[in-house]
Design a protein around this ligand. Structure first.
Ligand code: FES
Ligand code: MG
Length: 578
Protein backbone atom coordinates (compact mmCIF):
# COMPACT_ATOMS: atom_id res chain seq x y z
CA UNK A 1 0.00 0.00 0.00
CA UNK A 2 1.30 3.47 -0.90
CA UNK A 3 -0.54 6.74 -0.02
CA UNK A 4 -3.61 4.70 0.83
CA UNK A 5 -3.77 3.43 -2.78
CA UNK A 6 -3.94 -0.27 -3.24
CA UNK A 7 -4.12 -2.47 -6.29
CA UNK A 8 -5.85 -5.42 -4.60
CA UNK A 9 -8.71 -3.29 -3.35
CA UNK A 10 -12.20 -4.58 -4.14
CA UNK A 11 -12.97 -1.60 -6.38
CA UNK A 12 -9.81 -2.25 -8.39
CA UNK A 13 -11.42 -5.38 -9.85
CA UNK A 14 -13.48 -2.80 -11.76
CA UNK A 15 -11.51 0.43 -12.02
CA UNK A 16 -8.06 -1.16 -12.18
CA UNK A 17 -9.01 -3.61 -14.92
CA UNK A 18 -7.27 -3.55 -18.27
CA UNK A 19 -8.78 -4.12 -21.68
CA UNK A 20 -12.37 -3.62 -22.72
CA UNK A 21 -13.94 -4.14 -19.27
CA UNK A 22 -11.72 -1.59 -17.53
CA UNK A 23 -12.43 0.88 -20.30
CA UNK A 24 -16.17 0.44 -19.82
CA UNK A 25 -15.96 0.77 -16.02
CA UNK A 26 -13.90 3.99 -16.15
CA UNK A 27 -15.10 5.69 -19.29
CA UNK A 28 -18.76 6.02 -18.33
CA UNK A 29 -17.86 7.30 -14.86
CA UNK A 30 -15.87 10.06 -16.51
CA UNK A 31 -19.04 11.49 -18.02
CA UNK A 32 -19.58 12.94 -14.52
CA UNK A 33 -16.37 14.91 -14.78
CA UNK A 34 -14.15 12.67 -12.68
CA UNK A 35 -10.51 12.79 -13.79
CA UNK A 36 -8.52 9.60 -14.33
CA UNK A 37 -6.82 9.91 -10.90
CA UNK A 38 -9.91 8.70 -8.99
CA UNK A 39 -9.32 5.20 -10.36
CA UNK A 40 -5.83 4.93 -8.88
CA UNK A 41 -6.66 2.49 -6.09
CA UNK A 42 -7.96 4.92 -3.48
CA UNK A 43 -10.92 3.62 -1.43
CA UNK A 44 -14.20 3.95 -3.31
CA UNK A 45 -16.92 4.84 -0.84
CA UNK A 46 -20.63 4.42 -1.56
CA UNK A 47 -22.96 6.86 0.12
CA UNK A 48 -26.29 5.04 0.31
CA UNK A 49 -28.92 7.73 0.57
CA UNK A 50 -32.51 6.91 1.46
CA UNK A 51 -33.68 10.45 0.69
CA UNK A 52 -37.19 10.71 -0.68
CA UNK A 53 -39.95 13.29 -0.65
CA UNK A 54 -42.27 10.38 0.05
CA UNK A 55 -40.36 9.70 3.27
CA UNK A 56 -40.42 13.15 4.92
CA UNK A 57 -38.16 12.02 7.77
CA UNK A 58 -35.41 11.30 5.21
CA UNK A 59 -36.06 14.13 2.74
CA UNK A 60 -33.00 16.16 3.81
CA UNK A 61 -30.49 13.31 3.50
CA UNK A 62 -29.08 14.56 0.19
CA UNK A 63 -27.66 17.51 2.16
CA UNK A 64 -26.20 15.13 4.73
CA UNK A 65 -24.67 13.17 1.83
CA UNK A 66 -22.85 16.32 0.66
CA UNK A 67 -21.17 16.61 4.07
CA UNK A 68 -20.18 12.92 3.98
CA UNK A 69 -18.74 13.45 0.51
CA UNK A 70 -16.54 16.31 1.72
CA UNK A 71 -15.13 14.03 4.39
CA UNK A 72 -14.43 11.20 1.96
CA UNK A 73 -12.54 13.52 -0.43
CA UNK A 74 -10.61 15.03 2.48
CA UNK A 75 -9.42 11.61 3.60
CA UNK A 76 -8.33 10.59 0.12
CA UNK A 77 -11.31 8.47 -0.89
CA UNK A 78 -13.57 8.58 -3.93
CA UNK A 79 -17.21 9.12 -2.86
CA UNK A 80 -20.16 7.98 -4.97
CA UNK A 81 -23.66 8.72 -3.80
CA UNK A 82 -26.46 6.35 -4.76
CA UNK A 83 -30.17 6.23 -3.89
CA UNK A 84 -31.90 3.41 -2.08
CA UNK A 85 -35.58 2.97 -1.50
CA UNK A 86 -37.01 4.77 1.52
CA UNK A 87 -39.61 3.11 3.69
CA UNK A 88 -41.45 6.16 5.01
CA UNK A 89 -43.56 5.31 8.01
CA UNK A 90 -46.32 7.84 7.51
CA UNK A 91 -47.48 7.30 3.93
CA UNK A 92 -46.78 3.69 3.00
CA UNK A 93 -49.69 1.25 2.99
CA UNK A 94 -50.43 -1.29 4.30
CA UNK A 95 -47.35 -0.66 6.48
CA UNK A 96 -43.73 0.40 5.96
CA UNK A 97 -42.73 -2.80 7.77
CA UNK A 98 -43.88 -4.82 4.76
CA UNK A 99 -40.99 -3.21 2.87
CA UNK A 100 -38.16 -3.32 5.45
CA UNK A 101 -36.88 -6.63 4.10
CA UNK A 102 -37.20 -5.43 0.50
CA UNK A 103 -35.13 -2.36 1.32
CA UNK A 104 -32.57 -4.50 3.15
CA UNK A 105 -32.35 -6.74 0.11
CA UNK A 106 -31.90 -3.75 -2.18
CA UNK A 107 -29.16 -2.20 -0.02
CA UNK A 108 -27.32 -5.53 0.16
CA UNK A 109 -27.43 -6.15 -3.58
CA UNK A 110 -26.46 -2.57 -4.50
CA UNK A 111 -23.39 -2.65 -2.27
CA UNK A 112 -22.28 -6.04 -3.56
CA UNK A 113 -22.94 -5.40 -7.23
CA UNK A 114 -20.95 -2.17 -7.37
CA UNK A 115 -17.23 -1.33 -7.07
CA UNK A 116 -17.43 -0.21 -3.44
CA UNK A 117 -14.76 -0.66 -0.77
CA UNK A 118 -16.83 0.88 2.00
CA UNK A 119 -20.23 2.40 2.48
CA UNK A 120 -21.87 5.19 4.47
CA UNK A 121 -25.52 4.46 5.25
CA UNK A 122 -27.86 7.45 5.50
CA UNK A 123 -31.13 6.61 7.18
CA UNK A 124 -33.78 8.25 9.32
CA UNK A 125 -37.34 6.99 9.45
CA UNK A 126 -38.09 3.86 11.52
CA UNK A 127 -37.48 1.00 9.09
CA UNK A 128 -34.75 2.63 7.05
CA UNK A 129 -32.15 2.24 9.82
CA UNK A 130 -32.59 -1.51 10.42
CA UNK A 131 -33.02 -2.17 6.68
CA UNK A 132 -29.70 -0.51 5.87
CA UNK A 133 -27.86 -2.19 8.73
CA UNK A 134 -29.28 -5.59 7.75
CA UNK A 135 -28.29 -5.14 4.11
CA UNK A 136 -24.77 -3.91 4.91
CA UNK A 137 -24.22 -6.67 7.49
CA UNK A 138 -24.99 -9.31 4.88
CA UNK A 139 -22.26 -7.94 2.56
CA UNK A 140 -19.69 -7.08 5.25
CA UNK A 141 -17.74 -4.32 3.54
CA UNK A 142 -16.69 -1.60 6.03
CA UNK A 143 -19.78 0.46 6.84
CA UNK A 144 -20.69 3.42 8.97
CA UNK A 145 -24.16 4.79 9.52
CA UNK A 146 -25.25 8.41 9.76
CA UNK A 147 -28.86 8.83 10.79
CA UNK A 148 -30.54 12.03 9.66
CA UNK A 149 -31.36 13.30 13.14
CA UNK A 150 -34.61 14.18 14.87
CA UNK A 151 -36.88 17.13 14.13
CA UNK A 152 -36.77 20.11 16.50
CA UNK A 153 -39.16 19.87 19.44
CA UNK A 154 -42.77 20.39 18.44
CA UNK A 155 -44.25 23.57 19.96
CA UNK A 156 -47.99 24.13 20.37
CA UNK A 157 -49.45 26.87 22.54
CA UNK A 158 -46.34 27.17 24.64
CA UNK A 159 -46.12 23.44 25.17
CA UNK A 160 -43.69 20.85 23.81
CA UNK A 161 -45.49 18.37 21.58
CA UNK A 162 -43.97 15.10 20.46
CA UNK A 163 -44.44 13.52 17.05
CA UNK A 164 -46.62 10.47 17.25
CA UNK A 165 -47.24 10.70 20.97
CA UNK A 166 -49.35 13.82 20.56
CA UNK A 167 -51.21 12.35 17.60
CA UNK A 168 -52.72 9.87 20.05
CA UNK A 169 -53.44 12.61 22.59
CA UNK A 170 -54.94 14.97 20.01
CA UNK A 171 -57.10 12.14 18.67
CA UNK A 172 -58.53 11.56 22.14
CA UNK A 173 -58.98 15.33 22.61
CA UNK A 174 -60.87 15.51 19.31
CA UNK A 175 -63.09 12.58 20.27
CA UNK A 176 -63.95 14.00 23.65
CA UNK A 177 -64.45 17.55 22.32
CA UNK A 178 -61.47 19.09 24.14
CA UNK A 179 -60.08 20.20 20.77
CA UNK A 180 -61.75 21.42 17.55
CA UNK A 181 -60.82 20.23 14.06
CA UNK A 182 -59.42 23.73 13.28
CA UNK A 183 -57.17 23.63 16.33
CA UNK A 184 -56.05 20.20 15.25
CA UNK A 185 -55.05 21.38 11.72
CA UNK A 186 -52.96 24.11 13.34
CA UNK A 187 -51.36 21.68 15.79
CA UNK A 188 -50.32 19.38 12.91
CA UNK A 189 -47.93 22.05 11.65
CA UNK A 190 -46.60 22.72 15.15
CA UNK A 191 -45.69 19.07 15.58
CA UNK A 192 -43.44 18.81 12.51
CA UNK A 193 -41.64 22.14 12.12
CA UNK A 194 -38.25 21.12 10.75
CA UNK A 195 -36.51 18.41 8.76
CA UNK A 196 -35.81 15.20 10.62
CA UNK A 197 -37.40 12.08 12.02
CA UNK A 198 -39.79 11.79 14.95
CA UNK A 199 -38.32 13.55 17.99
CA UNK A 200 -39.97 11.41 20.62
CA UNK A 201 -38.21 8.23 21.73
CA UNK A 202 -40.16 6.42 19.02
CA UNK A 203 -38.73 3.81 16.72
CA UNK A 204 -36.62 6.17 14.59
CA UNK A 205 -34.85 7.75 17.59
CA UNK A 206 -34.57 4.33 19.20
CA UNK A 207 -32.99 2.75 16.12
CA UNK A 208 -30.62 5.71 15.71
CA UNK A 209 -29.53 5.12 19.31
CA UNK A 210 -29.30 1.37 18.62
CA UNK A 211 -27.00 2.03 15.65
CA UNK A 212 -24.77 4.10 17.93
CA UNK A 213 -24.94 1.63 20.83
CA UNK A 214 -24.03 -1.22 18.48
CA UNK A 215 -21.00 0.82 17.44
CA UNK A 216 -22.19 1.39 13.87
CA UNK A 217 -22.37 5.20 14.02
CA UNK A 218 -20.02 7.77 15.51
CA UNK A 219 -20.50 8.74 19.17
CA UNK A 220 -23.13 11.48 19.50
CA UNK A 221 -24.41 10.90 16.01
CA UNK A 222 -27.87 9.65 17.01
CA UNK A 223 -29.02 12.78 18.77
CA UNK A 224 -27.94 15.91 16.86
CA UNK A 225 -31.16 17.48 15.54
CA UNK A 226 -31.46 17.17 11.76
CA UNK A 227 -31.01 20.94 11.33
CA UNK A 228 -28.13 21.33 13.80
CA UNK A 229 -24.87 22.19 12.03
CA UNK A 230 -23.13 19.57 14.12
CA UNK A 231 -25.16 16.90 12.31
CA UNK A 232 -23.24 17.95 9.18
CA UNK A 233 -19.94 17.97 11.09
CA UNK A 234 -20.64 14.42 12.22
CA UNK A 235 -21.53 13.41 8.68
CA UNK A 236 -18.27 14.88 7.41
CA UNK A 237 -16.35 13.05 10.15
CA UNK A 238 -18.10 9.81 9.13
CA UNK A 239 -16.91 10.41 5.56
CA UNK A 240 -13.35 10.79 6.78
CA UNK A 241 -13.62 7.81 9.08
CA UNK A 242 -14.99 5.34 6.50
CA UNK A 243 -11.87 5.84 4.38
CA UNK A 244 -9.70 4.89 7.38
CA UNK A 245 -11.99 1.93 8.12
CA UNK A 246 -11.32 0.63 4.62
CA UNK A 247 -7.56 0.90 5.25
CA UNK A 248 -8.02 -0.88 8.59
CA UNK A 249 -10.43 -3.44 7.07
CA UNK A 250 -12.77 -2.84 9.99
CA UNK A 251 -15.95 -4.65 9.01
CA UNK A 252 -19.49 -4.90 10.45
CA UNK A 253 -18.79 -8.53 11.42
CA UNK A 254 -16.13 -7.28 13.89
CA UNK A 255 -18.48 -4.67 15.32
CA UNK A 256 -21.79 -6.56 15.40
CA UNK A 257 -20.84 -9.20 17.98
CA UNK A 258 -22.94 -10.80 20.68
CA UNK A 259 -21.45 -8.23 23.12
CA UNK A 260 -22.54 -5.37 20.86
CA UNK A 261 -26.12 -6.65 20.84
CA UNK A 262 -26.06 -7.03 24.61
CA UNK A 263 -24.89 -3.41 24.84
CA UNK A 264 -27.69 -2.30 22.51
CA UNK A 265 -30.35 -4.17 24.48
CA UNK A 266 -29.22 -2.52 27.70
CA UNK A 267 -29.04 0.91 26.11
CA UNK A 268 -32.56 0.36 24.77
CA UNK A 269 -33.74 -0.24 28.32
CA UNK A 270 -31.94 2.87 29.57
CA UNK A 271 -33.44 5.15 26.93
CA UNK A 272 -36.96 3.71 27.28
CA UNK A 273 -36.75 2.70 23.63
CA UNK A 274 -39.34 1.33 21.27
CA UNK A 275 -40.59 -2.27 21.36
CA UNK A 276 -39.81 -2.33 17.63
CA UNK A 277 -36.12 -2.49 18.50
CA UNK A 278 -36.71 -6.09 19.59
CA UNK A 279 -37.81 -7.11 16.11
CA UNK A 280 -35.14 -5.11 14.27
CA UNK A 281 -32.22 -6.14 16.50
CA UNK A 282 -33.29 -9.78 16.27
CA UNK A 283 -33.42 -9.58 12.48
CA UNK A 284 -30.03 -7.85 12.33
CA UNK A 285 -28.52 -10.44 14.68
CA UNK A 286 -29.77 -13.12 12.28
CA UNK A 287 -27.69 -11.52 9.51
CA UNK A 288 -24.46 -11.86 11.51
CA UNK A 289 -25.07 -15.23 13.13
CA UNK A 290 -25.79 -13.95 16.64
CA UNK A 291 -28.62 -15.89 18.22
CA UNK A 292 -30.90 -13.54 20.16
CA UNK A 293 -33.97 -14.91 21.94
CA UNK A 294 -36.93 -12.82 23.12
CA UNK A 295 -35.85 -13.54 26.72
CA UNK A 296 -32.49 -11.84 26.08
CA UNK A 297 -34.41 -8.59 25.87
CA UNK A 298 -36.01 -9.23 29.25
CA UNK A 299 -33.14 -10.72 31.26
CA UNK A 300 -30.44 -8.37 29.98
CA UNK A 301 -32.65 -5.33 30.46
CA UNK A 302 -33.92 -6.26 33.91
CA UNK A 303 -30.95 -4.80 35.76
CA UNK A 304 -31.15 -1.55 33.80
CA UNK A 305 -33.20 1.43 34.99
CA UNK A 306 -34.69 3.87 32.51
CA UNK A 307 -32.38 6.87 32.65
CA UNK A 308 -33.78 9.03 29.88
CA UNK A 309 -36.95 11.01 30.56
CA UNK A 310 -38.39 11.24 27.04
CA UNK A 311 -41.86 10.92 25.53
CA UNK A 312 -43.74 8.63 25.21
CA UNK A 313 -42.77 7.39 28.70
CA UNK A 314 -41.53 10.72 30.02
CA UNK A 315 -41.75 14.42 29.27
CA UNK A 316 -38.76 15.61 27.17
CA UNK A 317 -37.87 15.27 23.49
CA UNK A 318 -34.78 14.41 21.43
CA UNK A 319 -33.59 18.01 21.20
CA UNK A 320 -33.47 18.14 25.01
CA UNK A 321 -31.74 14.75 25.06
CA UNK A 322 -29.08 16.07 22.70
CA UNK A 323 -28.36 19.20 24.76
CA UNK A 324 -28.35 17.10 27.95
CA UNK A 325 -25.40 15.07 26.72
CA UNK A 326 -26.92 12.69 24.21
CA UNK A 327 -26.40 8.96 24.03
CA UNK A 328 -22.71 9.05 25.06
CA UNK A 329 -23.79 10.41 28.46
CA UNK A 330 -26.21 7.49 28.88
CA UNK A 331 -23.61 4.96 27.82
CA UNK A 332 -21.06 6.53 30.16
CA UNK A 333 -23.46 6.15 33.04
CA UNK A 334 -24.21 2.52 32.17
CA UNK A 335 -20.49 1.80 31.95
CA UNK A 336 -19.96 3.21 35.44
CA UNK A 337 -22.60 0.77 36.61
CA UNK A 338 -20.80 -2.12 34.93
CA UNK A 339 -23.73 -2.60 32.57
CA UNK A 340 -21.92 -2.45 29.20
CA UNK A 341 -19.09 -4.31 27.50
CA UNK A 342 -16.66 -1.38 27.33
CA UNK A 343 -14.09 -3.12 25.13
CA UNK A 344 -16.48 -3.77 22.25
CA UNK A 345 -14.95 -2.16 19.15
CA UNK A 346 -16.94 0.42 17.19
CA UNK A 347 -16.62 2.32 13.90
CA UNK A 348 -14.15 4.66 15.60
CA UNK A 349 -11.75 1.72 15.82
CA UNK A 350 -11.91 2.09 19.58
CA UNK A 351 -14.02 0.50 22.30
CA UNK A 352 -17.20 1.97 23.71
CA UNK A 353 -15.50 2.93 26.99
CA UNK A 354 -12.90 5.00 25.18
CA UNK A 355 -15.54 6.59 22.95
CA UNK A 356 -17.58 7.93 25.85
CA UNK A 357 -14.78 8.63 28.34
CA UNK A 358 -15.44 12.38 28.24
CA UNK A 359 -19.23 12.20 28.08
CA UNK A 360 -21.09 14.31 30.59
CA UNK A 361 -24.66 14.42 31.84
CA UNK A 362 -25.35 18.11 31.46
CA UNK A 363 -28.99 18.05 32.51
CA UNK A 364 -29.70 15.36 35.13
CA UNK A 365 -33.44 15.88 34.77
CA UNK A 366 -33.37 14.69 31.14
CA UNK A 367 -30.65 12.07 31.60
CA UNK A 368 -30.93 10.79 35.14
CA UNK A 369 -28.19 8.92 36.97
CA UNK A 370 -28.15 5.31 38.11
CA UNK A 371 -28.47 6.53 41.71
CA UNK A 372 -31.81 8.29 41.08
CA UNK A 373 -33.14 6.93 37.80
CA UNK A 374 -36.22 8.20 35.97
CA UNK A 375 -37.72 4.71 36.34
CA UNK A 376 -36.32 1.86 38.47
CA UNK A 377 -34.77 -1.28 36.97
CA UNK A 378 -37.18 -3.92 35.75
CA UNK A 379 -39.85 -1.53 34.50
CA UNK A 380 -38.91 -1.70 30.83
CA UNK A 381 -39.94 -4.20 28.21
CA UNK A 382 -41.08 -7.57 29.46
CA UNK A 383 -41.34 -10.81 27.51
CA UNK A 384 -44.38 -12.94 28.28
CA UNK A 385 -44.97 -16.62 27.67
CA UNK A 386 -48.01 -18.82 28.22
CA UNK A 387 -50.60 -20.81 26.34
CA UNK A 388 -51.68 -17.67 24.48
CA UNK A 389 -48.16 -16.85 23.28
CA UNK A 390 -45.96 -19.98 23.30
CA UNK A 391 -43.26 -18.21 21.26
CA UNK A 392 -43.47 -15.02 23.24
CA UNK A 393 -45.18 -11.64 23.43
CA UNK A 394 -43.96 -8.20 24.39
CA UNK A 395 -45.25 -5.52 26.73
CA UNK A 396 -43.68 -2.11 27.35
CA UNK A 397 -44.28 -1.68 31.05
CA UNK A 398 -43.26 1.97 31.13
CA UNK A 399 -46.01 2.78 28.62
CA UNK A 400 -48.61 0.71 30.50
CA UNK A 401 -50.81 1.49 33.50
CA UNK A 402 -49.38 -0.06 36.69
CA UNK A 403 -52.83 -1.23 37.88
CA UNK A 404 -53.31 -3.29 34.70
CA UNK A 405 -50.01 -5.15 34.80
CA UNK A 406 -51.78 -7.93 36.64
CA UNK A 407 -55.25 -8.26 35.26
CA UNK A 408 -57.85 -10.82 34.32
CA UNK A 409 -60.92 -10.16 32.30
CA UNK A 410 -63.19 -11.43 29.57
CA UNK A 411 -61.99 -11.30 25.97
CA UNK A 412 -63.76 -9.29 23.30
CA UNK A 413 -62.29 -10.55 20.04
CA UNK A 414 -61.91 -8.75 16.72
CA UNK A 415 -60.66 -10.57 13.62
CA UNK A 416 -58.99 -7.43 12.29
CA UNK A 417 -58.20 -3.90 13.44
CA UNK A 418 -60.84 -2.68 10.96
CA UNK A 419 -63.51 -4.86 12.63
CA UNK A 420 -62.73 -3.10 15.90
CA UNK A 421 -62.69 0.41 14.42
CA UNK A 422 -66.13 -0.19 12.88
CA UNK A 423 -67.71 -0.53 16.31
CA UNK A 424 -65.31 1.39 18.56
CA UNK A 425 -67.60 4.44 18.69
CA UNK A 426 -70.79 2.42 19.27
CA UNK A 427 -72.34 3.62 22.54
CA UNK A 428 -73.79 0.12 23.06
CA UNK A 429 -70.54 -1.80 22.57
CA UNK A 430 -70.49 -4.71 25.04
CA UNK A 431 -67.26 -3.78 26.84
CA UNK A 432 -66.30 -2.36 30.19
CA UNK A 433 -62.98 -1.33 31.67
CA UNK A 434 -62.15 -4.95 32.60
CA UNK A 435 -62.62 -6.26 29.07
CA UNK A 436 -59.50 -7.49 27.30
CA UNK A 437 -59.61 -6.33 23.69
CA UNK A 438 -58.10 -8.93 21.36
CA UNK A 439 -57.11 -7.81 17.85
CA UNK A 440 -55.82 -10.60 15.62
CA UNK A 441 -54.60 -11.25 12.07
CA UNK A 442 -52.26 -8.27 12.29
CA UNK A 443 -49.05 -10.34 12.36
CA UNK A 444 -46.29 -10.63 9.74
CA UNK A 445 -48.22 -13.00 7.44
CA UNK A 446 -51.73 -12.05 8.50
CA UNK A 447 -51.90 -8.37 7.65
CA UNK A 448 -49.38 -8.79 5.91
CA UNK A 449 -46.41 -6.84 7.28
CA UNK A 450 -47.17 -6.66 11.02
CA UNK A 451 -48.39 -3.05 11.15
CA UNK A 452 -48.43 -0.70 14.12
CA UNK A 453 -52.10 -1.16 14.91
CA UNK A 454 -52.04 -2.85 18.29
CA UNK A 455 -52.69 0.15 20.54
CA UNK A 456 -56.19 0.74 19.20
CA UNK A 457 -57.89 3.71 20.87
CA UNK A 458 -60.28 2.84 23.68
CA UNK A 459 -63.98 2.49 22.88
CA UNK A 460 -65.55 5.94 22.79
CA UNK A 461 -68.09 5.12 25.48
CA UNK A 462 -65.34 4.22 27.96
CA UNK A 463 -63.22 7.25 27.05
CA UNK A 464 -66.25 9.44 27.76
CA UNK A 465 -66.70 7.67 31.09
CA UNK A 466 -63.16 8.65 32.01
CA UNK A 467 -61.46 5.27 31.43
CA UNK A 468 -57.86 5.97 30.39
CA UNK A 469 -56.46 2.51 29.68
CA UNK A 470 -57.49 -1.09 29.04
CA UNK A 471 -55.61 -4.29 28.28
CA UNK A 472 -55.25 -4.88 24.56
CA UNK A 473 -53.63 -7.97 23.00
CA UNK A 474 -52.50 -8.19 19.39
CA UNK A 475 -50.13 -10.05 17.06
CA UNK A 476 -49.15 -6.74 15.44
CA UNK A 477 -46.75 -4.03 16.57
CA UNK A 478 -47.21 -0.69 18.29
CA UNK A 479 -45.69 2.60 17.21
CA UNK A 480 -42.68 3.46 19.33
CA UNK A 481 -44.51 6.66 20.18
CA UNK A 482 -47.58 4.84 21.44
CA UNK A 483 -48.61 4.00 24.96
CA UNK A 484 -51.11 1.92 26.88
CA UNK A 485 -51.29 -1.54 28.41
CA UNK A 486 -50.83 -3.33 25.14
CA UNK A 487 -49.47 -6.86 24.66
CA UNK A 488 -47.73 -6.96 21.29
CA UNK A 489 -45.92 -9.31 18.91
CA UNK A 490 -47.93 -12.34 20.05
CA UNK A 491 -46.23 -15.36 18.48
CA UNK A 492 -47.11 -17.45 16.69
CA UNK A 493 -49.57 -15.07 15.07
CA UNK A 494 -53.24 -15.92 14.50
CA UNK A 495 -52.87 -16.26 10.72
CA UNK A 496 -50.57 -19.27 11.09
CA UNK A 497 -52.83 -20.89 13.68
CA UNK A 498 -51.28 -19.47 16.85
CA UNK A 499 -53.48 -19.78 19.94
CA UNK A 500 -54.62 -16.17 19.46
CA UNK A 501 -56.72 -17.58 16.60
CA UNK A 502 -58.63 -19.77 19.06
CA UNK A 503 -59.81 -17.10 21.52
CA UNK A 504 -63.57 -16.52 21.69
CA UNK A 505 -65.64 -13.70 23.16
CA UNK A 506 -66.01 -14.16 26.89
CA UNK A 507 -62.95 -16.40 27.40
CA UNK A 508 -61.01 -15.27 30.45
CA UNK A 509 -57.53 -13.95 29.82
CA UNK A 510 -54.99 -13.71 32.63
CA UNK A 511 -52.17 -11.20 32.30
CA UNK A 512 -49.41 -11.37 34.90
CA UNK A 513 -46.52 -9.15 33.86
CA UNK A 514 -44.50 -9.57 37.09
CA UNK A 515 -44.84 -13.35 36.56
CA UNK A 516 -44.13 -12.91 32.81
CA UNK A 517 -47.19 -14.91 31.75
CA UNK A 518 -50.16 -14.43 29.46
CA UNK A 519 -52.74 -17.19 29.72
CA UNK A 520 -56.03 -18.08 28.17
CA UNK A 521 -58.14 -19.66 30.90
CA UNK A 522 -59.57 -22.38 28.67
CA UNK A 523 -58.67 -26.03 29.18
CA UNK A 524 -56.41 -27.87 26.76
CA UNK A 525 -59.08 -30.28 25.52
CA UNK A 526 -61.34 -27.40 24.51
CA UNK A 527 -58.42 -25.59 22.84
CA UNK A 528 -57.64 -28.80 20.90
CA UNK A 529 -61.26 -28.98 19.70
CA UNK A 530 -61.09 -25.38 18.54
CA UNK A 531 -57.74 -25.98 16.86
CA UNK A 532 -59.15 -28.94 14.92
CA UNK A 533 -61.99 -26.75 13.66
CA UNK A 534 -59.71 -23.80 12.77
CA UNK A 535 -59.26 -22.93 9.11
CA UNK A 536 -56.41 -20.70 7.91
CA UNK A 537 -57.54 -17.41 6.38
CA UNK A 538 -57.72 -17.30 2.58
CA UNK A 539 -54.43 -15.85 1.25
CA UNK A 540 -54.90 -12.20 0.26
CA UNK A 541 -52.04 -12.27 -2.23
CA UNK A 542 -51.28 -14.90 -4.84
CA UNK A 543 -48.63 -12.96 -6.75
CA UNK A 544 -46.30 -10.01 -6.48
CA UNK A 545 -44.06 -8.85 -3.66
CA UNK A 546 -46.73 -9.22 -0.95
CA UNK A 547 -47.06 -12.90 -1.94
CA UNK A 548 -43.28 -13.37 -1.76
CA UNK A 549 -43.37 -11.71 1.66
CA UNK A 550 -46.04 -14.01 3.06
CA UNK A 551 -44.20 -17.06 1.72
CA UNK A 552 -40.91 -16.23 3.42
CA UNK A 553 -41.47 -13.95 6.40
CA UNK A 554 -40.57 -15.41 9.77
CA UNK A 555 -42.50 -14.87 12.99
CA UNK A 556 -42.04 -11.87 15.28
CA UNK A 557 -39.80 -13.73 17.75
CA UNK A 558 -37.39 -14.38 14.86
CA UNK A 559 -37.30 -10.73 13.78
CA UNK A 560 -39.74 -11.03 10.84
CA UNK A 561 -36.90 -11.24 8.33
CA UNK A 562 -37.16 -13.49 5.29
CA UNK A 563 -35.75 -16.91 6.09
CA UNK A 564 -33.65 -16.82 2.94
CA UNK A 565 -32.01 -13.52 3.94
CA UNK A 566 -30.49 -14.81 7.19
CA UNK A 567 -26.72 -14.78 7.35
CA UNK A 568 -23.92 -12.95 5.60
CA UNK A 569 -23.31 -13.63 1.91
CA UNK A 570 -20.11 -11.59 1.68
CA UNK A 571 -18.83 -9.16 -0.91
CA UNK A 572 -17.29 -11.41 -3.55
CA UNK A 573 -18.76 -11.28 -7.05
CA UNK A 574 -16.71 -13.76 -9.05
CA UNK A 575 -18.07 -12.97 -12.50
CA UNK A 576 -17.54 -9.97 -14.75
CA UNK A 577 -20.41 -8.17 -16.48
CA UNK A 578 -18.91 -7.58 -19.90
FE1 FES B 1 -40.57 8.77 10.19
FE2 FES B 1 -41.58 8.83 12.75
S1 FES B 1 -42.62 8.82 10.87
S2 FES B 1 -39.59 8.73 12.06
MG1 MG C 1 -43.09 4.91 14.26
Amino acid sequence: MTDGKQTDRRSQAWFGASGRSGMVYRSWMRNQGFGPDVFDGRPVIGIATSASELAPCNAHLTRVAEAVKRGVWQAGGFPLQFPTMATGETLMRPTAMLYRNLMAMEVEELIRANPLDGVVLLSGCDKTTPAMLMGAASVDVPAVMVTGGPMLNGKYRGQDVGSGTHVWKFEEDLKTGRMTQEECFFAEGCMARSNGHCMTMGTASTMACMAEALGMQLPGSATWPAVDSRRMETAQAAGQRIVQMVHEELRPSQILTREAFENAIRVNAAIGGSTNAIIHLTALAGRVGVDLTPEDFDTLARAVPTLVNLMPSGKYLMEDFCYAGGLPAVMGELLHGGLLHGEQITVTGRGIAENVADAERVDPDVITGLDAPFQPPGTGTAILRGNLCPDGAVIKQSAASPHLLTHHGPARVFDSPEAYHEVADDPDLDVDENTVIVIRNAGPKGYPGMPEVSNVPLPAKLLKAGVTDMVRICDGRMSGTGYGTVVLHVAPEAAVGGPLALVRDGDRIVLDVPGRTLRLDVDDAELERRRAAWKPPTPQHTSGYAWLYTQHVEQADQGADFGFLRGCRGYEVPRDSH
